[in-house]
Design a protein around this ligand. Structure first.
Ligand SMILES: Cc1cc2nc3c(=O)[nH]c(=O)nc-3n(C[C@H](O)[C@H](O)[C@H](O)COP(=O)(O)O)c2cc1C
Ligand code: SF4
Ligand code: SF4
Length: 380
């Protein structure tokens, strides 16, 4: 499988595929990553406890049976662990701290070692939240924002890991982005019902940050549900303990999909309310009453402006062609997974493969969002 099949980049990092190993404290070390996530695009080790307050909290958690990385030398461990991961995946280091200074020190170290730092604003174990770390950061947005800004001053590529449905997620995401984080790692947990797919779509439509999602991914279908709502990467935690091969299986299946379809995280159509803003790439000419009008309104486009922006993109590309289609050009045509002999006839005449068609649609989606009069991450 080609290492350039996916074009997935954040900062100076390039991920070879969109499947990640999610962090599990006391479990996801270099040995675990090498054995079970050697094929991943990203492996996140940790979480490591950086200061005495979080280390003490972790020791208390161990006494009630929870696994944790117990060490008073976290910086040394992190440095050694990064070196011990096999070449291939990008490495992320998930960390918890009750103070900013150790985070800055780790950010420098991680950056120099060629890895990504992940701030754990997710852990809800009471011993951790009692010292103001993990999920406690979600209840103190000014502090979270200041920490992100200060960490980013080091130049490290920063992911922030959060759990959904704890606070107002859209406000949270916009604070995290405005503070300068590069990646949002969203545990889309919805109490009692696995992943909150509707929320992933809403988050996708509120931020331009690189989006990693997880919760209850156990097979390619559950991963695809997240990709089609706008996740750029999907991470897996518990299933990797139950099924050591799952990362390899997901990488193979999603790579096949990318080869066939050209856009592994293509959105759904917006008609039924499931498609995110990128779904506008598959929308018709806006000539009749339908959900498109509400969706383009979010980007500040009138119907005419939306028609103009799509035609502007199409000019000089293969999407310009297609007289025999519903609206006279492929730029208004549906997703390749929707069967249509009219569109497919045009593709055949043009010699345009399904994946090339979908790649153009992806570029079109980016163009529609980039040119928006109302940016998606504008504060409501
Ligand atoms: C045993 C265990 C330990 C975890 N430790 C961490 C951690 O240290 N830092 C963190 O950000 N998330 C941690 N998580 C959360 C996972 O990264 C992930 O968000 C969550 O388990 C949902 O994904 P899953 O359904 O694939 O397991 C942990 C999860 C488990 C099960
Ligand atoms: S424009 Fe077409 S594809 Fe888009 S929402 Fe309306 S009917 Fe659906
Ligand atoms: S020609 Fe087919 S693909 Fe194109 S808009 Fe009509 S139904 Fe959709």
């Amino acid at each position: 499988m080609s290492d350039n099949l996916f074009d997935i980049n954040v900062g100076n990092f390039s991920f070879r595929n969109p499947i990640a190993l999610a962090p599990m404290g006391g479990i996801t070390n270099s040995t675990f990553a090498n054995e079970r996530a050697n094929d991943a695009g990203l492996v996140i080790l940790g979480g490591y406890n950086l200061d005495s307050a979080t280390q003490k909290a972790a020791a208390e958690m161990v006494t009630r049976g929870r696994k944790e990385f117990e060490t008073h030398e976290p910086f040394k461990i992190i440095e050694n662990e990064i070196k011990a991961v096999n070449k291939g995946p990008v490495i992320g280091i998930n960390v918890r701290s009750s103070k900013i200074a150790p985070l800055i020190k780790t950010a420098e170290l991680v950056k120099n070692a060629g890895a990504i730092l992940e701030l754990d604003a997710h852990c809800r174990q009471q011993e951790i939240t009692d010292v103001g770390a993990g999920q406690a950061l979600l209840s103190d947005l000014p502090k979270l924002s200041e920490w992100i800004s200060r960490i980013k001053e080091t130049g490290v590529v920063l992911s922030v890991k959060v759990r959904a449905n704890v606070v107002d997620d859209i406000e949270l995401v916009q604070v995290i982005e405005a503070a300068g984080a590069d990646i949002l790692h969203l545990d889309a947990m919805k109490e009692g019902s696995g992943a909150d797919l509707k929320l992933i779509k809403e988050v996708r439509d509120s931020t331009r940050m690189f989006l990693i999602c997880n919760n209850s991914v156990t097979d390619v279908e559950t991963a695809k549900n997240m990709f089609s709502r706008g996740a750029e990467m999907v991470s897996v935690a518990r299933a990797v303990m139950d099924e050591p091969e799952i990362i390899s299986q997901l990488v193979n299946r999603i790579s096949m999909q990318q080869e066939d379809m050209g856009w592994y995280n293509a959105p759904k159509h917006v008609c039924r309310g499931e498609g995110d803003l990128r779904g506008l790439a598959f929308c018709c000419l806006p000539v009749k009453p339908c959900p498109v009008h509400n969706v383009i309104g979010k980007l500040g486009y009138s119907a005419q402006e939306f028609a103009d922006i799509k035609n502007e993109f199409a000019k000089g590309t293969m999407l310009e062609y297609g007289d025999s289609t519903c609206f006279g050009s492929l730029v208004w045509c549906c997703k390749i997974s929707k069967p249509c002999f009219l569109r497919d006839g045009v593709l055949e005449t043009l010699g345009l493969s399904d994946s090339e068609y979908m790649r153009l649609k992806k570029e079109l989606a980016d163009y529609i969002i980039d040119q928006a009069k109302k940016p998606v991450n504008a504060k409501a």
